[in-house]
Design a protein around this ligand. Structure first.
Ligand code: ZN
Length: 214
């Protein structure tokens, strides 16, 4: 199965190239000139949540960072580098954190089973649970609690994005940059906007508002 699949995806690639060239013979020549995507997508690595596909974005339209449970971990050099490049070089005007219902990372954070090295990543998600422990523990229905935790986690990741020096510096410089929190429904295919939009640091706790000396 896996050997067949491996061969098939290379063939798929050739078909994909041909179909684009049939529509526009300069498609790849134009793409190769550079990118100006208007948004950065921070999503989950889950194979069922392909960023470009679910929002109908073409190559060149979305800059993407994915990890388990769409986390914004402020010591993660990978995420920070993607964010810095997106904001300061590509000048994206939107950053979307997109979680999804049925997220395995979120589910693991609600349980106690050790999975391996990933336990250390899951700890970041557990820290979010701890912040909202009282509220979440009060939800009797486990599935409802799971869904709520997915939403709360997205919201917290949007807040964590707004706390980064990269985002606050962009706002300080008057750069147009809005952060958004979305959840994707694996069952329906639809995205829900959680309405946690942020475009300035005023909503942050005083302790997180950075002041810049120059
Ligand atoms: Zn996930």
């Amino acid at each position: 199965m896996s050997q067949e699949f491996y061969k098939k995806i290379i063939e798929n690639n050739a078909k994909w190239v041909e179909s684009h060239l049939a529509e526009d013979k300069d498609f790849f020549k134009d793409i190769a000139k550079g990118q100006e995507p208007p948004l950065l997508w921070i999503g989950c690595s889950d194979s069922r949540v392909p960023a470009n596909e679910i929002i109908g974005a073409k190559p060149g339209e979305v800059f993407v960072h994915r990890n388990i449970a769409n986390m914004v971990v402020h010591t993660d050099m990978n995420m920070l580098s993607v964010l810095d490049y997106a904001v300061n070089v590509l000048k994206v005007s939107h950053v979307i954190v997109c979680g999804h219902y049925g997220c395995g990372g979120i589910k693991a954070a609600m349980g106690n089973q050790s999975i391996g090295l990933i336990d250390n990543w899951i700890r970041h998600i557990k820290a979010v649970y701890r912040l909202h422990e009282k509220y979440l523990d009060d939800i009797q229905d486990e599935n409802e609690r799971f869904n709520k935790f997915v939403e709360i986690n997205v919201q917290e990741q949007v807040f964590d994005l707004s706390k980064t020096s990269i985002v606050q510096n962009a706002w300080r410089n008057g750069q147009e940059l809005t952060l958004h929190g979305w959840v994707y429904g694996l069952n329906s295919g639809y995205i829900t906007d959680l309405d946690v939009n942020m475009s300035c640091n005023k909503e942050l706790d005083e302790v997180h508002r950075l002041k810049f000396s120059n």
